[in-house]
Design a protein around this ligand. Sequence first.
Ligand code: NOJ
Ligand code: NOJ
Length: 593
Amino acid sequence: MPTDKPSLLPVTNQTNEKHSSRPTYHLSVKTYDVIDPDYGRAGPSTRHAKSHLKGLLSLGAVTSVALVVLASSSDTACLSSAISRLPSTSSVSSVVRWATGYDSSVHELRYQDEACRHRPQETSSEIDDWIDEERDISHRAILDNIGPRAGAIPGLVIASPSKSHPDYFYSWTRDSALTFSTIFDRFLPGPNSTAYAHGDPSLEPLIREYIHAQGNLQLLSNPSGTFLDGGLGEPKFEVDGTAFHNSWGRPQRDGPPLRAMVVSQYAEYLLDRKEPFDSTYINENIYNPKTVMAKGSILKSDLEYTAHNWHRNSFDLWEEINGLHFFTLLASRVALERGAALATRLSDPGAASFYTQEANAITDRLELFWSPDRNFISATIDAPRFGRSGLDSALILAFLHAGEQGDGVWGIAGERALSTLISYVDSFKNGLYKINDVPGDGWNGAIAVGRYSEDVYNGDGMSLANPWYLCTFGVAEMIFRIAIHFEKVDQIPITPISLHFWQNVYPSAKSGDVYQRGDGVYEHVLEKLAGWADGFLLIGKSFEGPEGSFTEQFSRLDGTPTGAKKLTWSYASFIEATNGRNEYRHISALKRD
Ligand code: NOJ
Ligand code: NOJ
């Protein structure tokens, strides 16, 4: 199977009799195996083919295109979305797709003859091309911030290459785990509905380097304690893999459960793969059922730390408030639930029941965060004591990274999540950020949002805080995930608690209404929801940095990128949000067919 760069066959120029002034182009695009070793799927080959196509279209001379694509299925999807956005003056006469299913061992050609169907949700948006390119940029930017390429030891993720104003040249446990969760999604072959149906096996060595490096960090004595006594709560480390000794908001107890979540996903994957050497790897590097906390048992050590410490105060994910936090607890709960499942698979029943017991205890405690009077979840117990309303992006991030699926009490599409989301977004209204004063509908009703409305951290010191990319993209993703749920269940019930959320996209909504697929309102509401979510991504598009880079924040006054440059977490949040968008578009297209 050829793996060279695509050959774009010469365009044959034929005279179109009917529109005598306009020639018809028959464009054949051949993109041979476009799995690019450096960039994975949708690498430069696809971009090259797409931009060639775009160039021709922008000439305005194209009235008809015949396209032959030889590519992996994800690339044909990319290209057909480009075709579906042809200017209205042109028409696609036929599209014949030859697709090779990507499978590294079998390169068998499969023939797919598919009419180019007009998919409305793929034509409407100018942001599609930007998203495709920005996803590549973000993935590369993440890889550039890991290991020796970033000036760190192998497997360590730097928060940002910025070494002064601010100095973010450290490795945070939280940022690293969330980054590897994004990388893991790309590594793991998923169902068709995900952006990565085929996975990217080339990322496995990097995942192992991460696990190895984290295992060594766990053992370091540091200002939070020793390996066996509190040290796992240390939030950040030097990039050479040594402890950080200056004063800091410590401990932060979200790190171990976030790390456990991603490492347990990898362990589950290895157990499913059923290779004998994989069990050895698990035993020696991830989870040793014969020990409690031990070197080489990184996952069990994190689970033990989490199970014993979740109820204790610690600093929040923004490193500012020492208290009990929804984000930390939700992450702890999921980590322990997954940990219990894994312990069972690894014949460690005692651990499994302990983790389950603690996860249940967390569930009981979560109720304290819900405020029926204010109709939202508070990010921290006793938030007013810290001068906070309790509305915080940490809530959105909690649902994204540790929420339940569906519309249960702590589900991402549950009424509490919906009312919390809208309350959080609303807390940035009333002129807080000048850039949100846009005429009319602005970005489909979306606004730029930051960590929490009382924030004063400007990215380098204390003055006026700004909106953050990762918070704004987080809202986009959460809305997509909510839309995915309601696409799946074919109906939207409006409850007293969720009413305000739904009125934001459908002002006539009333409590007690139930919209059903096919009744028109249901379709309208979901379309508005997806458009609203796109608005939050469009804000990122409006204020991205040079060459598609993302800092931590962008100015509340004029949107200029500010704060730590090339923030790894900003890129990861963009990828996650657009994964959500892709999944939403996939399911909504299926349901409408
Ligand atoms: C740096 C922290 O990382 C950030 O979260 C915090 O807001 C500022 N310091 C101020 O404490
Ligand atoms: C400051 C943020 O508040 C914190 O959450 C993050 O871990 C660090 N910056 C590093 O990105």
